[in-house]
Design a protein around this ligand. Structure first.
Ligand SMILES: NC(=O)c1ccc[n+]([C@@H]2O[C@H](COP(=O)([O-])OP(=O)(O)OC[C@H]3O[C@@H](n4cnc5c(N)ncnc54)[C@H](OP(=O)(O)O)[C@@H]3O)[C@@H](O)[C@H]2O)c1
Length: 295
């Protein structure tokens, strides 16, 4: 079994991004990222802090906007409008999930598509579906694809089974892996909570990517010998032995599946760091598109 070290791969990508940012800054251009958090959902607070910390480390201009839990749709739309118009901000991410009074899809539609660094605006989704290479692609799917490529795993012609059909992960990843060329060309099956014969489907997979958010759900007997397994899931499970009282767990029953897999990502330290690395990559790309200056 080969452990795919997402932290190390993300570290190398971040170094490259940092070098690009330094070069752009020499020419008076600083890529800027705004991350908007509404409310105090603990995992979201941690993600937003991490994104802010890493963008600062890489030399980007980072703006963290923290809004009250009671923020209205109208107030949030006004924040998005201001960021859309702000020339210092090239990428905008509104952390998901927002509180229930917020209609997330309307917020996404209000983003300037050129600044939509999580790739969820309908224009970017359509571009991805059409195989247009100028699409801004959601960070987690992009990170999964990059992990496979950087680990020397061939995607072309393989049967990739994706568990989960959210726009943020499963559906976008399916579009990405089935794209013609561009590290795609996989045969993709997307499974979800209504899928029948899931074990049979999984046993025919060369690559399994699980994004459902149920700790330890994927068992060893559902994975064929030699498959590649990426674990996107992150659930907080109680663990009194830790200082916080919880630990992060993936969707995959790690020891069982690792015994059969050719390669596998851990949680934490697999897909998570790649999501942030790809957010930085997308922000730099968005800045280059908006300023017409590329390195
Ligand atoms: N590491 C990272 O950077 C990162 C980034 C994003 C998300 N995540 C994690 O990835 C997980 C998924 O996130 P998400 O936003 O995509 O979640 P989501 O919107 O809740 O979607 C979950 C998907 O899983 C499917 N599902 C649920 N139970 C299933 C089952 N028993 N068998 C097959 N499919 C099942 C659901 O099916 P239905 O559509 O039928 O309901 C749904 O499509 C979460 O744990 C999240 O925290 C991690």
């Amino acid at each position: 079994m080969n452990l795919i070290d997402g932290k190390a791969i993300a570290g190398r990508i971040n170094e490259e991004t940092g070098r690009k940012v330094a070069l752009m800054k020499k020419h008076g251009i600083t890529p800027g990222l705004a991350v908007v958090l509404v409310g105090e959902d603990p995992p979201s607070v941690a993600y937003v802090r991490n994104k802010d910390r890493i963008s600062q480390q890489l030399g980007l201009y980072s703006r963290r906007i923290e809004l009250d839990q009671s923020t209205t749709q109208k107030e949030l739309l006004a924040v998005v409008d201001r960021l859309n118009a702000d020339p210092d901000v090239h990428g905008i991410l509104v952390q998901s999930p927002p509180p229930p009074q917020i209609d997330e899809s309307e917020i996404v539609k209000a983003l300037n598509p050129a600044k939509d660094v999580d790739g969820l605006h309908p224009l970017n989704v359509a571009k991805l579906a059409m195989g247009d290479p100028t699409a801004l692609v959601p960070c987690t799917p992009l990170g999964c694809q990059k992990l496979l490529v950087e680990s020397g795993i061939t995607i072309e012609g393989k049967h990739a089974v994706i568990l989960g059909r959210s726009m943020l992960v499963g559906k976008s990843l399916a579009l990405l892996l089935m794209r013609k060329g561009q590290h795609g060309d996989a045969t993709v099956t997307v499974a979800h909570s209504r899928s029948l014969n899931l074990t049979k489907i999984l046993l025919s997979a060369d690559i399994i990517i699980s994004a459902i958010g149920k700790a330890g759900y994927l068992r060893g007997e559902q994975v064929r010998e030699g498959a590649v397994v990426l674990d996107v899931g992150t659930s907080r499970v109680e663990d009194p032995s830790t200082r916080s009282g919880y630990r992060l767990a993936g969707d995959v029953a790690f020891d069982e599946v690792a015994a059969k897999a050719q390669a596998i990502t851990p949680v934490p330290g697999g897909v998570g760091p790649m999501t942030i690395a790809m957010l930085m990559v997308n922000t730099v790309a968005a800045c280059q598109n908006q300023t017409g200056f590329s390195v």
